[in-house]
Design a protein around this ligand. Structure first.
Ligand code: PMP
Length: 397
C-alpha cells in the first residue's frame, strides 16, 4: 500500500531546531524559532492567563461539546479586537468561527474559498510564512507570489507588489500579512495599505488578511489599520487571527476566522458554510484555550493585565532591536542598520546571505534561518553580546 509513498522533505525550521539541540556548545543561541522568549530566555506564561485559569479551576465546568463555531463570547471578543466597534459587527455582517490556531483559521478559509471559486489562484507574498504556500496548495489551489521583499533596497517593492495585484484576474485570493510580516519584519505604511486596498477593490480580488501578531507592532488598535482600511472600502474579506503569540498560548491552538460580508443575510449563509468546513474536519473546536482568552478579553482587570503584558513583550522586542544595532555598531559594523529598528514584530530579515547564516551557525553556534531571518524575540541581554559579536564578525567577513 505504501511502497510508492515518497519521503516528504523535513520542515526546515524544525530541522534547524534538531541541529540546535544536538549542538553541545554552551554559548549556542537559537534565533531560528518563531516564538517569543522573555528576558531570561524562557517561554512566558502570562499572568492574565494564570489568573483566568485559576478562576476557571475554582469553578470547574463539565466539558460538553462546543458549538461548531466555538464559544460565542470568544467569537464576539475576537470581533471586538479585530474590527473594533465598526458598524459591520453591529450589523451582524461578520461571520467569526473559533479555529485551531491561526493555521486552522487559514485552512477553514482556504477550504471555503476552494468551494466558492475552485479555479481561483492564490497569491502570497515573496517571501511569506512557509506554511502559506503549503496550506493553500494542499487545499487545492495554484499558489503564486507577488513581489514583496526587495533585497537590493532592503525594503518592500511596493510598485512590484501593486503591479502584480493589478495584473491578477478578478477572484484571485491575495494573502496579506495584516501586521508584523513574517519573515521579513517589513510592513506597509498606512498610505501603501490604501493603495493595496484600492487595487483589491478595483480588480475584484479576494483579500485574506493573516493577523498572527496583533499587538506586536505598534499596539492592538494600531495594528488593526489594514483591517480598518478594508472595512472602510466596503470590501468582503477574510481575517485569520492567532493568539499563539499574543497570549503565549502556542500549544493550546487558539485562533479564529472572520469573514466580512455585505449583509447580515449573506453572513448567515457564509457562516453556515464555514460550519460545514469545521464539522467535516474536526466537528467542533476545543474548549480550554478559547475559554482562557474569552475570560481575559471580557474581564476588565484581566484585559488590562493582558494589554500590559503584551505591551511588555512588544517593548522588549523593540529594546532588543535597538540594542542589537548599537552592539553591531560598537563592534565596527559600518553599514546602515536602521532597518532593524524599523522592522516590526518578532522577526528581522538581517540582510545576511545564506553563506553568512551558515557561518553564524557553524562557527559561532548562532542559529538563524538561511534566508537571513532571525527571531529578535529570542534575544535577551545575556545572549545579545555574543550574537552581535558573531554577526559583526560574519558581516565584516
Ligand atoms: N500566520 C503567520 C504569518 C504566522 O507566523 C503563524 C505562526 N508562526 C501563523 C499564521 C500560525 O499561527 P498558529 O501557530 O496560531 O497556528
Amino acid at each position: 500500500l505504501f511502497s510508492a509513498v515518497t519521503l516528504a522533505p523535513r520542515d526546515p525550521i524544525l530541522g534547524l531546531n534538531e541541529q540546535f539541540n544536538a549542538d553541545t556548545r554552551p554559548t549556542k543561541v537559537n534565533l531560528g524559532v518563531g516564538v517569543y522568549y522573555d528576558e531570561n530566555g524562557k517561554l512566558p506564561l502570562l499572568k492574565c492567563v494564570q489568573a483566568a485559569e485559576a478562576a476557571m479551576a475554582a469553578a470547574p465546568k463539565p466539558r460538553g461539546y462546543l458549538p461548531i463555531d466555538g464559544i460565542a463570547a470568544y467569537d464576539a471578543a475576537v470581533q471586538g479586537l479585530v474590527f473594533g466597534n465598526h458598524e459591520a459587527v453591529a450589523a451582524k455582517r461578520v461571520a467569526t468561527v473559533q479555529a485551531i490556531g491561526g493555521t486552522g483559521a487559514l485552512k477553514i478559509g482556504a477550504d471555503f474559498l476552494k468551494h466558492l471559486g475552485p479555479n481561483a489562484k492564490v497569491l502570497i507574498s515573496d517571501p511569506s510564512w512557509e506554511n502559506h504556500r503549503a496550506l493553500f496548495t494542499q487545499a487545492g489551489f495554484t499558489v503564486e507570489t507577488y513581489p514583496y521583499y526587495d533585497a537590493a533596497v532592503g525594503g518592500i517593492n511596493v510598485a512590484g507588489m501593486l503591479a502584480a495585484l493589478n495584473a491578477a484576474p478578478a477572484g484571485t485570493v491575495v494573502v496579506l500579512h495584516a501586521c508584523c510580516h513574517n519573515p521579513t519584519g517589513y510592513d506597509l505604511t498606512d498610505a501603501q495599505w490604501g493603495e493595496v486596498v484600492a487595487v483589491c477593490k478595483a480588480k475584484g480580488l479576494v483579500p485574506f488578511l493573516d493577523m498572527a501578531y496583533q499587538g506586536f507592532g505598534f499596539g492592538i488598535q494600531e495594528d488593526g489599520e489594514a483591517v480598518r482600511q478594508f472595512l472602510a472600502a466596503g470590501l468582503s474579506f477574510f481575517v485569520s487571527t492567532s493568539f499563539s503569540k499574543s497570549f503565549s498560548l502556542y500549544g493550546e491552538r487558539v485562533g479564529a476566522l472572520s469573514v466580512v460580508c455585505t449583509s447580515a443575510e449573506e453572513c448567515t449563509r457564509v457562516l453556515s458554510q464555514l460550519k460545514i468546513m469545521v464539522r467535516t474536519n474536526y466537528s467542533n473546536p476545543p474548549t480550554h484555550g478559547a475559554q482562557v482568552v474569552a475570560q481575559v478579553l471580557t474581564t476588565p482587570e484581566l484585559r488590562a493585565m493582558w494589554e500590559g503584558e503584551l505591551a511588555g513583550m512588544r517593548e522588549r522586542i523593540k529594546a532588543m532591536r535597538g540594542a542589537l544595532v548599537a552592539a553591531l555598531k560598537a563592534a565596527g559594523v559600518t553599514r546602515d542598520l536602521s532597518f532593524v529598528t524599523a522592522q516590526k514584530g518578532m522577526f528581522s530579515y538581517s540582510g545576511l546571505t545564506a553563506a553568512q547564516m551558515q557561518r553564524l551557525r557553524n562557527d559561532f553556534g548562532v542559529y538563524g534561518v538561511d534566508s537571513g531571518r532571525i527571531c529578535v524575540a529570542a534575544l535577551n541581554e545575556k545572549n545579545l553580546p555574543a550574537v552581535a559579536a558573531a554577526m559583526a564578525e560574519v558581516i565584516k567577513g
